[in-house]
Design a protein around this ligand. Structure first.
Ligand SMILES: [Zn+2]
Ligand SMILES: [Zn+2]
Length: 361
């Protein structure tokens, strides 16, 4: 079928909205008409990973409505509203353990079928698709029951689109990986969509003290509005000293969303003895590790993808929080029609919007 998609051809090239052909769903696949898709920083960085000769459709925070299902699909029907997330195999040891983020086939199923078995083509040949098992900067995508959850049709797809990546990453890493207690001090470094989600989750879970660190005054103000007890300017304040001055002598738990070496160094210096720093942000520069410091203070560095959550379990939990007003996404989200996707990307890159969401008619 003919679809509309925003096609990327390189790190610096603007995306072009044009017509592509999407093949029919296979027996295990679901055809979804996309209503909204969040833009994640991974979309922006992935543009550089594909050669300019190989166009790709990115987008991995899709929300939409099912328009066709393959013969082998159960539990999802035409007309169902769905939230899309990353893909996994369901059969490898990590999937069986309920940790599909560490699926043995993660790269194959999420990093785009780089010209191999792509469901997308244009007049000149294949277009890379199936990014995160979806490629949702498109009017229609193919997914499977493993990378979608059915949601209440009354929920606004613009508000919940980012649950499938940024929100489950930030909220999941707090709920499932760090699991701070009421007496804990959690310091969040970088409050973009992932950091804000971590903050909202910490408040939902009753974490005692939450500190938000960011360069942007607007984001620090929003973090305060969302319940941060203390906000610090990463560019001006002596962040580690300010956190160390808190009752308890520092952060028992910290989260880095930036991947930036100086920020990681500050985050480590902010930790108490036996403190844990979780890493969810990919940076470009190598990070020196203070091994003596880690040993001497018994601290833990812990990487995590997609919050270590099983989306089939955690996305419904997030929806429950959202319904109770614990995830006020309207304070983070700005919608852009797909024709304005380059404005959305520019506003994201400039930090003018926490979560840009493109919409399809
Ligand atoms: Zn993402
Ligand atoms: Zn697997």
């Amino acid at each position: 079928m003919e679809i509309i998609a925003a096609v990327s051809t390189g790190a610096d090239a603007p995306l072009t909205v044009r017509r592509l052909t999407l093949r029919a769903p296979r027996p295990d696949e679901v055809l979804v008409r996309v209503l909204a898709c969040g833009i994640c920083h991974t979309d922006l960085t992935a543009r550089a990973a594909v050669p300019a000769t190989m166009p790709i459709v990115l987008g991995h925070e899709g929300a939409g409505v099912v328009v066709a299902v393959g013969a082998e699909v159960h539990g999802v029907g035409v007309g169902d509203r769905v939230l899309l997330t990353y893909q996994s195999c369901g059969a490898c040891p990590e999937c069986v353990r309920g940790l599909p983020g560490y699926c043995a086939q993660w790269a194959v199923r999420n990093a785009g079928r780089f010209g191999v078995d792509s469901p997308l083509t244009d007049a000149t040949g294949p277009v890379v698709g199936a990014f995160f098992g979806q490629s949702s900067f498109a009017s229609h995508v193919l997914a499977t029951p493993r990378n979608l959850v059915v949601v209440d049709p009354e929920l606004d797809p613009v508000q919940i689109a980012a649950f499938g990546c940024a929100v489950q990453t930030g909220a999941g890493v707090v709920a499932e990986v760090l699991a701070p207690a009421e007496s804990s001090v959690l310091a969040i470094f970088g409050v973009g969509a992932v950091g804000m989600s971590a903050l909202m989750a910490a408040r939902a879970l009753g974490v005692g003290t939450v500190v938000a660190v960011d360069l942007s005054p607007e984001r620090r103000a929003l973090a305060t509005e969302l319940g941060a007890d203390l906000t610090l300017d990463g560019g001006a304040d002596d962040v580690a000293a300010r956190i160390a001055a808190l009752p308890g002598g520092g952060a028992t738990h910290a989260l880095d969303t930036t991947g930036a070496a100086p920020v990681l160094a500050t985050a480590l210096r902010s930790l108490t003895a036996r403190g844990v720093l979780a890493l969810v942000g990919l940076g470009s520069s190598p990070v020196p590790i203070d091994v003596a410091g880690l040993i001497g203070w018994g601290q833990t560095l812990r990487g995590s993808i997609e919050g270590d959550v099983d989306p089939q379990v955690f996305l419904p939990r997030l929806i429950g929080w959202y319904r109770r007003g614990l995830l006020p996404m309207d304070k983070l989200v700005r919608a852009y029609p797909v024709e304005r996707i380059n404005d959305a990307v520019a506003d994201m890159a400039a930090g003018k919007v926490v979560k840009a969401v493109v919409t399809f008619p």
